[in-house]
Design a protein around this ligand. Structure first.
Ligand SMILES: Cc1cc2nc3c(=O)[nH]c(=O)nc-3n(C[C@H](O)[C@H](O)[C@H](O)COP(=O)(O)OP(=O)(O)OC[C@H]3O[C@@H](n4cnc5c(N)ncnc54)[C@H](O)[C@@H]3O)c2cc1C
Length: 560
């Protein structure tokens, strides 16, 4: 992406065919689809790209085993449709960004024969629904093999397990790859640019947005022929801004995740706990050197702050420990995150657990606003395909085929699984750094490493012994519109999800590198570091964990 001042120049006061409000999975996908179909498109996000729900997913590319169960129980063709569509999108998502995705085996342990048979049949239906989009067939796994693969699984009463295949992805980086690909296709994208008001033409149709940009401190207007509202949990606020009398349609459900060191449950496969006390499923997934456990379900409102609470921790530990031979403790938690699922409700009395993860496109007859609501990360592309078709109709141009079905995303071009070896052969970097760069940036890792040729220690780790190197900070500021320490440590290089304490230790060196790039004064840098450290300590406190100070002590911000 071009630097911030150039993005601003290309957007403020300018006119576009399509203005997409929101730069999460849905907005980034809509923007890319529209731009590739030849529509001049601008994407605006109030915070960072993927800064809301789109970096708080369980990171599974799936049709949804739980939704299939609901569909069977409810005999609901709509719910089947959601699963089948997602199963087909799953393959496209894996293919379009091979550096950010992988196939993953999910093992469902069983402690009763009837339960094992039920699971086996259900997962055969899952395979069958996937049809040609099937990744690998599900199968029964014996008790011995299950325990070999999951040594810390509770042994008493274990019958065996059923294994099925889905995918795993890096949600924040996938969103950034969509935004980068959009920008490469000629699109204009800006983060920290909040839409605050609509302008209208004489017929009352939306014709412009007022934008407040909070990094350079600018306010400006952007004109467009069509506006797409892709603001996830904030959808109702934008719908109301366009037409104050509309009924609210969104219901939000918070989901929290916690992360542990891998050795608490050594296993290269994921585990699905099929029934929690509140009747849902819990995933236990290997994720970039950690064990990711989630999630919870609790109805929330859009103005709340979403964090992992002590109650979330106790609930997840309680569910997980029922399945472990050696229980895990809260003190072993290294990180966590929470987000709000943007669900489209049929009515106030419907439980958020029961709301299908389907998406709905609404075209407001009065204002012309197109809102894309609900959905899942896995279906982001299909949702965008349909939304842009609606935008073409609104523009009065022919609906053209979406080019995104097999459009390889930024960093995925020319990617192969031996990329990290090629990087170590060409640059004096550790294997861990090479693996980390390949997994986060794909073939754009070459560009990150080019920066190290300029000297100034950019090839050095951010913290002694960490795989993340200083050049990443510079690259993310220059090429990915990173504007805060959190943009870097959370969504771009992943340290915050790996370890809250490592993230605190990384804040001062990252602040210093950003200050050089963005001309921050000493006071600004100190304020940025303090704000970030305060935020992470707040997360630690809310989760019931001890707080941390950014000491000068060398720490380890670790491996992918
Ligand atoms: C706990 C949890 C686990 C999940 N796990 C999975 C999973 O494993 N697999 C899966 O497929 N899906 C999963 N999902 C669902 C998936 O994460 C969401 O469907 C998806 O991220 C929603 O993306 P979005 O772009 O619609 O919303 P968001 O990512 O929330 O993006 C909306 C954006 O709009 C911006 N915005 C708001 N107001 C304005 C304004 N006024 N001006 C400009 N911008 C504005 C916000 O800043 C935000 O960035 C999960 C969701 C949750 C919460």
């Amino acid at each position: 992406m071009r630097p911030r001042d150039q993005q601003l120049q290309g957007i403020a006061g300018k006119s576009f065919d399509v203005c997409v409000i929101g730069g999460g999975a849905t907005g980034a996908a809509c923007s890319l689809d529209a731009q590739l179909r030849g529509l001049r498109t601008v994407m605006l996000d109030a915070g960072d790209f993927a800064g809301a729900t789109s970096s708080a997913a369980t990171k599974i590319v799936h049709g949804g085993v739980r939704y299939l169960e609901e569909a069977i129980k409810d005999v609901d063709p709509k719910e089947y449709h959601v699963v089948v569509r997602a199963l087909h999108e799953r393959v496209r998502m894996l293919n379009n960004a091979p550096h950010l995705t992988r196939q993953l085996a999910f093992v469902v342990p069983s402690y009763h024969w009837l339960n094992a048979a039920y699971l086996d049949i259900g997962l055969k239906i899952y395979d069958w629904l996937a049809g040609s989009a099937r990744i690998a067939p599900s199968k029964y796994v014996s008790r011995e093999e299950t325990l070999e693969r999951m040594p810390n699984l509770k042994q008493e009463g274990l019958i065996g397990s059923v294994q099925y295949a889905d995918g795993q992805f890096d949600d924040a980086r996938y969103c950034l790859a969509l935004a980068q690909t959009f920008s490469e296709a000629g699109g204009n994208a800006l983060n920290y640019a909040r839409v605050t008001e609509f302008g209208r033409n004489s017929a009352g149709r939306l014709s412009s947005v007022h934008v407040t940009e909070n990094r350079a401190g600018k306010q400006f207007v952007v004109n467009a022929k069509v506006f797409i509202n892709a603001t996830g949990p904030f959808t109702d606020a934008i719908r109301t801004l366009a037409t104050p009398t509309v009924h609210k349609r969104m219901r939000l459900s918070k989901g929290a995740h916690i992360l542990f060191p891998r050795d608490v449950f050594p296993c290269k496969d994921a585990m699905l706990i099929p029934k929690t006390d509140d009747g849902r499923v819990l995933f236990v997934v290997p994720w970039r050197g950690r064990l990711l456990v989630g999630t919870t379900e609790q109805e929330v409102t859009p103005d709340e702050e979403y964090f992992v609470s002590r109650e979330d921790v106790d609930f997840m530990l309680g569910q997980l420990n029922k399945y472990l031979e050696h229980p895990v403790k809260a003190s072993q938690i290294v990180s966590g995150f929470a987000g709000a699922r943007p669900l489209v409700s049929a009515g106030e009395n419907e439980s958020t657990q029961k709301i299908a993860r389907d998406d709905v496109i609404e075209v407001d007859a009065k204002s012309g606003l197109i809102s894309i609501m609900g959905g899942k990360w896995t279906t982001h592309r299909a949702m965008a395909e349909d939304t842009v078709a609606a935008a073409q109709k609104a523009l009065g141009v022919p609906v053209t085929e979406s080019p995104t079905r097999s459009h390889v995303l930024h960093g995925g071009e020319g990617f192969s699984n031996d990329l990290s070896e090629k990087l170590t052969a060409a640059f004096p970097i550790s294997k861990e750094t090479a693996r980390h760069l390949a997994a986060k940036f794909g073939t754009a890792a070459w560009k990150v490493l080019e920066l190290t040729k300029g000297g100034a220690n950019l090839g050095q780790p951010i913290l002694s012994g960490s795989p993340q190197i200083q050049a990443e900070v510079v690259y993310c500021v220059r090429e990915e519109l990173a504007a805060t320490i959190e943009d870097i440590l959370a969504r771009r290089i992943g340290v915050q999800f790996y370890s809250w304490r490592d993230a605190i230790r990384c804040a001062p060196p990252v602040g210093k590198l950003m200050a050089q790039e963005l001309q921050w004064s000493n006071d600004q840098t100190q304020a940025a570091v303090e704000a970030y450290v305060g935020k992470i300590n707040h997360y630690l406190e809310k989760a019931g964990l001890e707080q941390e100070t950014p000491s000068g002590a060398a720490g380890r911000a670790s491996a992918d």
